[in-house]
Design a protein around this ligand. Structure first.
Ligand code: MN
Length: 205
């Protein structure tokens, strides 16, 4: 890759311009590799154009050239039906609660649930939205030391995969496949806007 291309794409420019330039750039790569793998290069070109158009990792991708770096491109290939991780962590902080986390767009969306996961369809459990956690957090167990945020013991209460039925601002509906938890669960925000309070409900079978 020519260095002048790299300095060119690092400058902030409108998205359309970037797209055109990327396609142009990949066209250039295609020409150089033409004799080796023309079909692969064509699909790479289409993928890259798509990534720039609609991807939550747009900025991450724009800053990197994956022909040059070995950094991961991320899970942009995942579809809605593919299994994603969920975890429930029992957290003995100042006050015991259960942290419910769902993999979404490369992070763990997180809610702290004081009374734990609902056991039947008439339970309504308050779920307070907390900050996104890295995916690796799904493996975490241990003691958060005194004085640190959330000090106390964390253990994995349940873990598994889930599928999404609906995910928007008004409702999140998922089907969990864990060791303890199996079936449909629904999260609904209590109020519109920036309120962090949700309800977690168990769906009917
Ligand atoms: Mn917690």
């Amino acid at each position: 890759m020519n260095k002048k291309y790299l300095s060119f794409i690092s400058i902030k420019r409108p998205l359309k311009f970037h797209t055109k330039f990327l396609v142009f750039l990949l066209g250039d790569i295609n020409m150089k590799k033409k004799n080796t793998k023309p079909k692969d290069n064509l699909s790479t070109k289409n993928q890259a154009a798509q990534l720039v158009e609609n991807n939550p990792l747009k900025e991450y991708h724009e800053k990197r050239d994956f022909n040059l770096t070995t950094e991961p491109q991320g899970n942009e290939e995942k579809t809605q039906n593919e299994n994603k991780i969920f975890v429930v962590q029992e957290h003995h902080a100042k006050r015991l609660h259960y942290d419910f986390r769902l993999e979404h767009n490369g992070v763990l969306k997180s809610w702290a649930i004081p009374k734990g996961i609902p056991e039947n369809t008439t339970d309504k459990r308050l779920a307070v939205e907390t900050e996104d956690h890295p995916l690796e957090y799904a493996e975490f167990e241990g003691n958060i030391p005194e004085g640190q945020y959330g000090a106390g013991k964390v253990t994995i209460w349940d873990k598994g995969t889930y599928q999404t039925t609906v995910w928007n601002e008004k409702i999140i509906e998922v089907t969990l496949t864990g060791k303890k938890l199996k079936g449909r669960y629904i999260l609904v925000p209590l109020k519109k806007g920036t309120d962090k309070n949700w309800l977690l409900l168990k769906g009917k079978e």
